[in-house]
Design a protein around this ligand. Structure first.
Ligand code: ZN
Length: 509
């Protein structure tokens, strides 16, 4: 079964076939660093992280580049408003990006270049285009001549005539054709500029991705990605520049993710209907946002809503509960032991040897891969993950058969499978483990320490256990009021207690 990926260039799902272990080159258009990241940006970042993870899972050596656009009209505007340099604005928002996006737990790209680090590469490319007759200079500005590239429009599926009729392009009498776009812009007062063969100026937006992709990944790359709104003109222009410069195809696969929507409108800075990551994090853990962003197929529009985030939170807590329940039911040493002996023929006197099927052949694992092979169908993959959760929960409910060693092995295999599937998608789980505390002897109680712990915000496991033990002691001597104080204090910290025959179980909610 081959991986199929929807390729914007062909308009179809094309097989992605490379021998295992191959190097896969991938360029993803990054953010313009003039403000904080919002959920629309996060979706693209999460989608291409998921794609990268899945390709790695298939055994490819993925080399990913994701740029920062750090020279742009919006950055210049902001810098002038605040009376600081463009570099200050860019550095500030790159820092913010790392903080906010860092909490989503994404893979780090191999390269994260800033456009301004590659001005010389852009100038080199523009010079080549001019030499080959694809670019022309008019008084310090350099434009790309779209009529010199017969394939112009092949990505967006439009020809030059349609584009001319439909395009709302800025009027610039310097251009020979209204669709021609700027490769180099003549310096204006108050703007950052660099020396070039055409005098001082700065690059146009599109050229940076072509130049950095060529420099860091080579002439033809495997995958180029970004949001749907980049198809035209940005990606169309990238193709034109790159292919005219090298004479080779620029990218084999073009992958585009759908928009994040709010009440039927695209979430965007310009419409003002956006939520920044920081705003979302005030109410939801970053992992909940991450889960929400992969819960829908990457090409579909995604409605952003509190209900959607709440559903994601519930799904994650089902997962956490399931993993924690396995850890409660099976001692850690047994889990380690099963892992150590996995794949070996088990010779043991106390086991009725009946090997469970190899984990990778499990039906839910297969369902997961079938879904992911079909253009990264994450809703299908998540359905497989929750089939696993259901099956494991059922086995636990039934006391996992007789609780025999064979049942334990099969349960640990499923538990490990489930974790691996979550890792492939980058889902961050926190097994909800339950700890049983029983009263040991009388011992002396450090009242001062107990008081301090009751006032402490984040308790370590041992500290919770100590408080639960103290509560048991208080109950034994009929100090119910004080015992309840401990229970309430723990509850306010998200820790709940359940009294059982052997003592008290505690669990983090
Ligand atoms: Zn780009």
């Amino acid at each position: 079964m081959a991986l199929k990926i929807h390729n914007t260039l062909s308009g179809e799902k094309d097989p992605f076939e490379l021998p295992e272990g191959s190097r896969v080159t991938m360029y993803v258009c990054g953010v313009t660093v003039y403000d904080e990241c919002h959920v629309g940006h996060a979706r693209a970042l999460v989608v291409f992280d998921m794609i990268q993870r899945y390709l790695k899972h298939l055994g490819y050596n993925v080399v990913c580049v994701r740029n920062f656009t750090d020279v742009d009209d919006k950055i210049i505007k902001r810098a002038n408003e605040e009376g600081v340099t463009c570099d200050e604005i860019a550095s500030r928002y790159i820092h913010e990006f790392r903080e906010d996006v860092g909490r989503l737990g994404l893979l780090q790209p191999a390269y994260e270049p800033r456009a301004t680090e590659h001005i010389a590469d852009m100038i080199g490319m523009i010079s080549t285009l001019a030499e080959k007759g694809h670019a022309y200079e008019v008084a310090g500005d350099v434009f790309f001549a779209v009529s010199s590239f017969s394939d112009y429009g092949k990505l967006s599926g439009r020809n030059l005539e349609d584009l001319r009729a439909g395009a709302r392009v800025e009027v610039d009498e310097k251009k020979r054709n209204p669709l021609d776009f700027a490769l180099w812009k003549k310096a204006k007062p108050g703007e950052p500029s660099w020396d070039s063969p055409w005098g001082r100026g700065r690059p146009g937006w599109h050229i940076e991705c072509s130049a950095m992709s060529l420099k860091l990944l080579g002439e033809t790359i495997d995958i180029h990605g970004g949001g749907q709104d980049l198809i035209f003109p940005h990606h169309e222009n990238e193709i034109a520049q790159s292919e005219c410069c090298t004479g080779k195809p620029f990218a084999r696969f073009w992958i585009h993710n759908g928009h994040v929507m709010i009440r039927d409108e695209k979430m965007s800075k310009s419409l003002g209907n956006f939520f920044t990551l920081k705003q979302v994090y005030e109410e939801y853990e970053p992992r909940i946002l991450h889960f929400f962003l992969i819960s829908k197929h990457y090409r579909s529009p995604l409605d952003f809503s509190k209900e959607g985030l709440s559903e994601a939170r519930e799904a994650l807590s089902r997962l956490d509960n399931c993993l924690g329940s396995v850890e409660n039911a099976i001692p850690q040493e047994t889990i380690e032991d099963v892992r150590k002996n996995r794949g070996k023929v088990r010779v043991s006197l106390d086991i009725d040897i009946k090997e469970p099927p190899p984990p990778s052949k499990h039906k839910w694992w297969q369902l997961f891969e079938t879904a992911m092979h079909d253009d990264f169908n994450t809703p299908g993959a998540l359905a497989a993950i929750f089939m696993y959760v259901g099956e494991i929960n059922n086995e636990l409910k039934l006391g996992y058969g007789s609780g025999s060693k064979v049942d334990q092995i099969s349960l640990v295999d499923k538990y490990d499978d489930l974790r691996k599937l979550c890792d492939i998608l980058g889902i961050c789980y926190k097994p909800l483990r339950q700890t049983t505390v029983s009263l040991k002897g009388e011992g002396s109680v450090d009242r001062g320490r107990i008081e301090r712990l009751l006032g402490k915000e984040n308790l370590e496991d041992e500290e919770v256990t100590l408080l639960v033990e103290e509560r048991l002691r208080l109950r034994k001597i009929r100090e119910y009021g004080k015992a309840d104080e401990i229970r309430n204090s723990l509850k306010s910290k998200g820790i709940s207690l359940r009294d059982v025959q052997e003592g008290t179980n505690w669990i983090r909610e």
